[in-house]
Design a binder for this molecule. Structure first.
Ligand code: SAH
Ligand code: SF4
Ligand code: F3S
Length: 458
């Protein structure tokens, strides 16, 4: 008898790292014979890949999980898995809180999913949250896109920002070797991918844990060296990287970005706060002056660079005047995009225990004021695209208009234009921008005159 098809569903919360992990776990499940189900309620295995960066992200998981736990009472064959950062943070406690769970696994165990599930099939309830050396990825990820792909280059984080759970849940930095990264990119190039985003929590700290240094004591493997090393991978036309920490963002790296044509003119460098005392309390290890110098250098080498960042408002003890310093920094720099968040006290982090927490309404008010400034600025920054011709890499259909396709400019602006996905997917198309909005653009194809082509075809 042919066994019935087993179906799986993954819901992913959180950052690009989690998205990349989910694609690898989906790949593992498919090699094991599982088939994708859009709906968690139709699936035999439901995996939540969780995020604990802020409390609301964590609470969402518990509500989703509650529903599946109820379903399991009438469907005992249902397998429930919690992966990612909440799994790592809560560990065994999660099994006690939701006893219906079969498997709780931290992010460092993503590549071991098959092995862990086999233990579950053998009748065990499993919690895999010990710190491990991350297994080199040998599976074929099931990637969401066939045009753009994530490639992990460094896992974990060695910083100790006083608000942040990431070092606790993702462990210490582990860099992949340049050879493994290049091999993955070459395979992507062969499969027809055109754009790669290199991933790490602090990607510019890449290589510090790899052996080898130059005579002057510099690490042999830095992100800069890596960019030069992978730049000529055939088929890959665009390279991006995220997230960068201001502490490691060197002039050498900026120069490489300017020199290497495939590296896109987009810099995502979180600053978190524009106030030096707050930055110090956050243990960020730089001043707002240093951050401004980095941006100046970026603009000196890449004048039209698109800039984005992350910022937190309402950190414990932040005064109105200190918050104003964040507004001033944002006003001075002019970001194309800013991810903003109200400070959320997190378990196991130092700042959560401080007495000088701010009231929710103060945090909410500051968040609103910052977001308002950001949207005005982003709209202003968008103006520079009006009438310009931008190279757009076509990824999908416009979900709201089937006569249009959607892609991104090198500066990472979402761009829509009339066209059919079948003809255009994966192509780099010159687009004349006709409408600008704060965070997206609309344009039309520029039909280049082709006298040379006409001549040769005669
Ligand atoms: N490694 C990156 C960011 C990782 S976390 C860096 O250092 O910049 C992604 C973002 O979540 C952070 O940049 C920060 O803005 C936000 N964040 C992290 N912890 C937070 C907390 N406790 N409350 C609110 N926002 C937080
Ligand atoms: Fe968190 Fe700081 Fe590490 Fe970024 S650098 S992941 S904010 S601890
Ligand atoms: Fe969230 Fe973990 Fe990423 S906490 S932001 S999913 S590293």
């Amino acid at each position: 008898m042919i066994p019935p098809t087993r179906r799986y569903h993954i819901t992913t919360f959180g950052c690009q790292m989690n998205k990349a992990d989910s694609e690898r776990m989906a790949g593992i499940l498919e090699t094991m014979g599982f088939e994708w189900s859009d709906s968690p309620d139709q699936a035999d295995l439901v995996l939540y890949n969780t995020c604990s960066i802020r409390d609301n992200a964590e609470q969402k998981v518990y509500s989703y999980l509650g529903k599946q736990a109820i379903r399991k009472r009438s469907q005992p064959g249902l397998m429930l898995v919690v992966a990612g950062c909440v799994a790592q943070q809560e560990g065994e406690a999660l099994l006690r809180r939701v006893p219906e769970l079969d498997l709780v696994m931290g992010p460092q165990h993503a590549n071991r999913l098959q092995d862990l599930l086999e233990q579950v099939f053998a009748g065990n309830q499993v919690a895999a949250t010990d710190a491990v050396h991350i297994m080199e990825d040998i599976t074929k990820p099931r990637r969401d896109s066939s045009v753009t792909a994530w490639v992990n280059v460094i896992y974990g984080c060695n910083e100790r920002c006083t608000y942040c759970v990431v070092p606790g849940v993702r462990g210490v930095e582990q860099s992949r070797t340049p050879a493994a990264i290049r091999a993955e990119m070459e395979e992507l190039g062969r499969q027809g991918y055109r754009e790669v985003t290199l991933l790490g929590q602090n990607i510019d700290a890449y290589g510090r844990d790899l052996p080898g240094s130059t005579a002057d004591g510099r690490h042999l493997h830095t992100l800069t060296d890596l960019l030069y090393f992978v730049h000529d991978v055939p088929g890959i036309e665009r390279i991006r990287f995220a997230t960068s920490h201001p502490r490691y963002f060197t002039e050498r790296l900026i120069r490489a970005c300017a020199e290497l044509p495939k590296v896109c003119e987009h810099f995502h460098i979180p600053f978190q706060s524009g106030d030096n005392d707050v930055l110090k309390a956050m243990s960020r290890g730089y001043t707002h002056e240093k951050y401004r110098r980095i941006i100046d250098t970026v603009r000196q080498y890449v004048p039209d660079a698109s800039l984005s960042a992350d910022a937190i408002v309402g950190f414990p003890g932040e005064t109105e005047a200190q918050f104003q310093n964040t507004l001033t920094l944002v006003e001075d720099i002019g970001f194309d995009l800013l991810n903003t968040a109200a400070y959320s006290p997190r378990p196991g982090t130092p700042a959560a225990l401080w007495q000088n927490q701010l009231a929710e309404d103060v945090k909410g008010d500051r968040l609103q004021r910052l977001n308002h400034l950001v949207s005005i600025q982003a709209a202003e920054r968008s103006q520079r695209y009006q009438g310009r011709v931008e190279e757009v890499l076509v990824e999908t259909q416009n979900p709201k208009d089937s006569t249009q396709v959607m892609g991104r400019t090198r500066g990472n602006r979402l761009t829509y234009f009339p066209g059919q996905l079948n003809d255009l997917k994966g192509q780099l198309v010159p687009i004349k921008i006709t409408t600008v909005r704060a965070f997206s653009l609309t344009g039309e194809r520029v039909h280049r005159e082709t006298p040379l082509l006409a001549a040769t075809s005669l």
